[in-house]
Write a protein that binds this ligand. Structure first.
Ligand code: PRP
Ligand code: URA
Length: 209
């Protein structure tokens, strides 16, 4: 079974409170999501591999560490996942970015794919799937299906807020994918919105409602 890691760093928790607040407008919402994504990025990349190389400092020779191991791919789920890309890219500027377009059908609540463009070498990368909201889990689980269909073997899911229902679905369908959250909220409402949540992440990011 995969791990569920709730990142309780005080800065993440403080900024998440501002993000949730309905008085926070789109510009601040976007800026805060970027900041939280960067802070989460710092935590979710803790297990990256390092190797020693020899370098010359102005004072002499030393063995020093650089990243080794798998390269990184970021995979935002459109559209709200886009809000988390810049924060992660500030930490890992060489990461490749793939996009998966999914929307949740309001009637069936099932994810519908409308776009998919990924780096060719997804099988050689550690992929971070980005989406602020893990509600029913349908979108995240479908996005991970696409990645696995294209050969991906190392995948982590990074969301701001998850529901117990969504976590269960992803864990059942993808027991190899660890889930990183800034908060595990209480439940879903009758329209599959997370309670207390933050409302509609895409609309708040892009000012579409
Ligand atoms: C939201 C959110 C997730 C999905 C979560 O996107 O960003 O992708 O819903 O719901 P689920 O876990 O029940 O699948 P939405 O479908 O509203 O599209 P948008 O990002 O284009 O607004
Ligand atoms: N999508 C959102 O944007 N918010 C929710 O609470 C659930 C799905």
């Amino acid at each position: 079974m995969s791990k569920v890691i709730v990142l309780d760093h005080p800065l993440i928790q403080h900024k998440l409170t501002l993000i949730r607040n309905k008085e926070t407008g789109s510009k601040d919402f976007r800026d805060l999501v970027t900041e939280v994504a960067m802070l989460m990025g710092y935590e979710v990349t803790r297990d990256m591999e390092l190797e020693d190389i020899t370098i010359e400092t102005p004072m002499g020779t030393m063995e020093s560490k650089v990243l080794s191991g798998k390269k990184v791919g970021l995979v935002p789920i459109l559209r709200a996942g886009l809000g988390m890309v810049d924060g992660m890219l500030r930490l890992i500027p060489v990461a490749r970015v793939g996009h998966i377009g999914l929307y949740r059908d309001p009637e069936t609540l099932l994810p519908v794919e409308y776009y998919c463009k990924l780096p060719q070498d997804v099988k050689d990368r550690t992929l971070y799937v980005l989406d602020p909201m893990l509600a029913t889990g349908g979108s995240a689980a479908a996005a991970i299906d696409f990645l696995k269909d294209r050969g991906a073997v190392s995948i982590k899911l990074v969301c701001l807020i998850g529901s117990p229902e969504g976590v269960k679905v992803v864990q059942e369908r993808h027991p190899d994918v660890d889930i990183y959250l800034a908060s595990l909220d209480e439940k879903l409402n009758d329209h599959a919105y997370i309670i207390p949540g933050l409302g509609d992440a895409g609309d708040r990011l892009f000012g579409t409602k």
